[in-house]
Design a protein around this ligand. Structure first.
Ligand code: FAD
Length: 503
C-alpha cells in the first residue's frame, strides 16, 4: 500500500467490473491500485456457503450469465466457462381444472411445439413465438458487437413502442405474453407500457448476440476467482477493507482517502461502484433512479419436489421456472406494489443450478440427490420494505413460497435441507438487504436505471464510451455506466478503453 507514489489509475470497487477495468489497464502497462470496501472481492458476483454445515457454494446474488462478451474472456485470458441449459423455461398452469405446463426447449423442437399446442389449442402462437425470437436474434446479432466499441447513435437500433404493446399485438395467450414480458421486468419496477421495460428487455436478449442465459460453471464465485487471478498476474495492487470516503480532483489528477485514513493519488479514477455513491463522494447531485424491485431467495434442497402437472422436476427446474407471470398477473402485481402492498400472487422465476452444473456441491451432497434452487421475485420495490424491513421480508418470502407451492405436489418446505439448529436451508435478500450488504442504491441490481445502449439525444454532455463524467479524470466503470448493468464486464472494459484512448 502506498500513500506517496502516484499510480496511473485508481479503481474503486472490486466487483467484477472493477476487476475487468483494472486488468485491462494493467495489461496495457498502467500502474493500477484497486480499492474495495469489503473484505472480499466480487460485489454482486459472489458465491458463498450460506448454510455452513452443507458444502454447497451458492451464487448468492447474480446467478446466470448472458451479457459477458466472449471477447472479454479471451482478452483477459480467464479460465471461466458458462454452460448451456437444455431447457429455456417451464411455466406451470391450471386449465379447466387440470395441471399443465408450457415447456420450452432451448432450441425449438417437437416437444416445444406440442407444449404450445396443449396450452393454446393450435400451432399459431408457437409460430408467432418463433417469428418473434428470430427477429430478436437478428437485432441481438447487430447490437452485440457494438457493446465494446464507442457508442453508436440511436437511429440504428430504434425501439420506440412500449414492449407491452408489441407483445399484446404479437401474441394472444396471456401466459405466452407473460413469459415474453418477464425479460423486460427483471429487477425493474415498471409497467409493460413504460419504455424502461424496453431497456431491460433489450439487455436480456442481446448477450453475445444470442441472448442465451447460461450457467456459470462453478458458480459466480468462479468468475471472480479467475478475475482476481489475472488482475494480480498483471500487476494490479488489490487492497481490501479500503472503503473510499473522499475523492478530490484537480487538473493534475485525483486523490482519494479511505475510511482508515490511507491516501492514494493517480492520474485517473475509475469508479466501479454506483454512480449515486460517486455523486455523494463528490458532493454532486445523484442521478435519479427507480428503486430495486426484487427478492432473491436461495435454497438448498434434499431432493427436487414433485410437481402437480406430473412433469419430471429435472426438466421443469432445469430452465427458468415461471410462477404467476402471465401478462395480466404481472401488470396486476405491478399495480398492487405501486399502491404499497406486497403482491400475494408474487411473480417469480426460479432455476436449479445443480441440474446443469453439480460442481457447486460436494460429491457427497450430489450423490445424496441434493440440489440448489434460486428464486427471483419480481415487483417488490424497496419502498415496500422501508417501514418494517424484516417483517416485510418475511411477508414477501411467505408470498413467494405459497405462490410456488400452488404447483408442487410436495410443498417446498418439505424438501428443504434442514440445518443443524433445525432451521430450513433458505435465505432471503430484500432490496434493502442488497443496499446494506452490497451498496446497491435502494437495492437496484443495475446500480441505476438501465439506459439504451446507444446515444439517444438525452445526454447532457458528449459521451463516447458511456463512462465519461463531468471530470476529465473520473470515469464510471461499474454497472451504472451506459451499457453497464448485469454481469458483463462491459462497463469495466469501456472505462479502461476511455482512459487508454487518451494516450
Ligand atoms: C440478487 C441479484 C441477482 C442478479 N442476477 C443477475 C444475473 O443472474 N445475471 C446478471 O447478468 N446480472 C444479475 N444481477 C446484476 C449484476 O449482478 C450486477 O449488475 C453486477 O454484478 C454489477 O457489477 P459491478 O462490478 O458493476 O458492481 P458491484 O458488483 O455492485 O460491485 C461494486 C463494488 O464496489 C464496492 N464499493 C462501492 N463503493 C465503494 C467505496 N466507496 N469504496 C470502495 N469500494 C466500494 C462494493 O463493495 C462492491 O464490491 C443480479 C444482481 C443481484 C443483486
Amino acid at each position: 500500500m502506498s500513500t506517496d507514489s502516484k499510480y496511473d489509475a485508481i479503481v474503486v470497487g472490486g466487483g467484477h467490473n472493477g476487476l475487468v477495468a483494472a486488468t485491462y489497464l494493467a495489461k496495457a502497462g498502467k500502474s493500477v491500485v484497486l480499492l474495495e470496501s469489503a473484505s472480499e472481492l466480487g460485489g454482486a458476483t459472489t458465491s458463498v456457503r450460506p448454510f455452513p454445515e452443507y458444502d454447497a457454494r451458492l451464487s448468492r446474488y447474480s446467478y446466470l450469465v448472458s451479457l459477458l462478451p466472449d471477447q472479454i474472456v479471451a482478452d483477459l485470458g480467464i479460465n471461466f466457462k458458462t454452460l448451456e441449459r437444455s431447457i429455456a423455461s417451464y411455466t406451470p398452469y391450471k386449465k379447466s381444472g387440470k395441471d399443465g405446463g408450457l415447456l420450452i426447449s432451448q432450441n425449438w423442437d417437437a416437444r416445444t411445439a406440442e407444449s404450445f399446442r396443449e396450452l393454446t389449442g393450435g400451432d399459431e402462437e408457437g409460430k408467432k413465438w418463433q417469428e418473434f425470437y428470430n427477429e430478436i436474434a437478428v437485432l441481438a446479432e447487430r447490437i452485440a458487437p457494438y457493446m465494446l466499441q464507442p457508442l453508436k447513435s440511436a437511429a440504428k437500433f430504434m425501439m420506440e413502442r412500449p414492449i407491452g404493446e408489441v407483445i399484446q399485438d404479437r401474441f394472444q395467450d396471456d401466459l405466452v405474453r407473460g413469459v415474453v414480458l418477464t425479460d423486460a421486468l427483471i429487477g425493474t419496477f415498471s409497467s409493460a407500457q413504460d419504455l424502461q421495460a424496453n431497456r431491460c428487455f433489450l439487455y436480456h436478449l442481446i448477450g453475445n448476440g444470442t441472448g442465451q442465459w447460461r450457467v456459470p460453471q462453478g458458480g459466480m464465485g468462479a468468475f471472480v476467482t479467475e478475475l482476481n487471478r489475472v488482475a494480480v498476474l498483471n500487476g494490479v495492487e488489490i487492497n481490501l477493507n479500503s472503503h473510499v470516503t473522499d475523492i478530490d480532483s484537480s487538473s493534475n489528477g485525483v486523490a482519494v482517502t479511505t475510511a482508515t485514513g490511507d491516501k492514494y493519488v493517480a492520474t485517473d479514477l475509475l469508479f466501479a461502484g454506483a454512480p449515486q455513491t460517486l455523486a455523494k463522494l463528490r458532493d454532486k447531485i445523484a442521478p435519479a433512479s427507480l428503486d430495486g424491485s426484487q427478492m432473491k431467495i436461495n435454497m438448498l434442497l434434499s431432493k427436487l419436489p414433485r410437481l402437480k402437472s406430473g412433469v419430471d422436476p429435472k426438466l421443469a427446474f432445469a430452465g427458468t421456472f415461471h410462477v404467476n407471470e402471465t401478462y395480466s398477473q404481472l401488470e396486476k402485481a405491478y399495480q398492487v406494489a405501486k399502491l404499497g402492498d406486497i403482491p400475494s400472487d408474487l411473480p417469480l422465476e426460479m432455476y436449479c443450478h445443480t441440474l446443469t452444473d453439480p460442481t457447486i456441491l460436494s460429491p457427497e451432497l450430489s450423490q445424496r440427490g441434493f440440489h440448489t434452487l434460486t428464486l427471483f421475485g419480481l415487483h417488490t420495490p424497496a419502498a415496500l420494505f422501508d417501514a418494517d424491513p424484516s417483517g416485510a421480508k418475511e411477508a414477501a418470502k411467505a408470498a413467494a413460497i405459497s405462490s410456488l407451492n400452488q404447483y408442487l405436489e410436495e410443498p417446498i418446505e418439505s424438501v428443504l435441507a434442514v440445518c443443524r439448529d433445525g432451521s430450513l436451508a433458505i435465505e432471503a435478500k430484500s432490496p434493502i438487504d442488497l443496499d446494506n450488504d452490497l451498496g446497491l442504491p435502494r437495492g437496484n441490481i443495475f446500480h441505476r436505471d438501465l439506459d439504451f445502449p446507444f446515444i439517444d439525444g438525452t445526454e447532457s454532455a458528449p459521451i463516447k464510451w458511456g463512462s465519461e463524467t463531468d471530470d476529465a479524470h473520473i470515469y464510471l466503470a461499474g454497472a451504472g455506466a451506459r451499457r453497464g448493468g448485469g454481469v458483463s464486464g462491459i462497463a469495466g472494459h469501456n472505462a479502461a478503453m476511455a482512459v487508454l484512448a487518451k494516450d
